[in-house]
Design a protein around this ligand. Sequence first.
Ligand SMILES: Nc1ncnc2c1ncn2[C@@H]1O[C@H](COP(=O)(O)OP(=O)(O)OP(=O)(O)O)[C@@H](O)[C@H]1O
Length: 228
Amino acid sequence: MINMTDVYKTYANGVTALNGIDINIEQGEFVYVVGPSGAGKSTFIRLIYREVKPTNGTIIINDTDLSTLKEKKVPFLRRDVGVIFQDFKLLPKLSVYENIAFALEVIEESPRNIRKRVMDVLELVGLKNKARFIPDELSGGEQQRVSIARAIVNQPKIVIADEPTGNLDPETSWGIMRVFEEINTRGTTIIMATHSKEIVNTVKKRVVAIEDGLIARDEHRGEYGYEA
Ligand SMILES: Nc1ncnc2c1ncn2[C@@H]1O[C@H](COP(=O)(O)OP(=O)(O)OP(=O)(O)O)[C@@H](O)[C@H]1O
């Protein structure tokens, strides 16, 4: 599913963000990525959908070896990997419906299929009644639900989320966690970088701690392990 062997990443400015990562993640797992600021969490996440390339090492995602993946095949990889960011990244002039449909239109789905799939994911994230709203008319939690809906509308096998609750208050964050758990229950692998001690210690999952570009801990139903 996701396999990294001896992965290093040094950025163009000479900063080494990852220092030899070995990990295996199976289909259907829910993994928190934790660790101090600057430890390499975002870099680890960005490798999975090929936003960054490793300096060294092997990355295999769903049987595809990213080191030999041609640029023109990257969109195919990304169909299998839904991405969610801390700052939502919605298109401000498009409605909720259009923001989600957009992800399907670019892969030339039929209008009827698009409508069904968009309404299905809006139902899953609890926003069916806000399909015509634009992002500015929504709360932060609602905007994050839209970005989750957009990430899963292609039915990706993997969802990666980089601090998805970082801009949300605690109560709203629990609602977002319930959505992630529901998606995970349906078989999607979730990989989530987070600084939330409360979430990690309450909603118990596999915890991978990255420190100085290395995996310092990897525990089934682990703890956050740092002061909040
Ligand atoms: N595009 C880039 N160019 C150069 N250096 C970078 C780039 N992105 C990240 N880095 C550096 O790589 C290291 C790891 O950064 P990364 O964003 O992966 O850490 P992080 O664990 O996600 O941090 P945080 O918790 O603060 O988000 C840091 O020293 C950072 O400055």
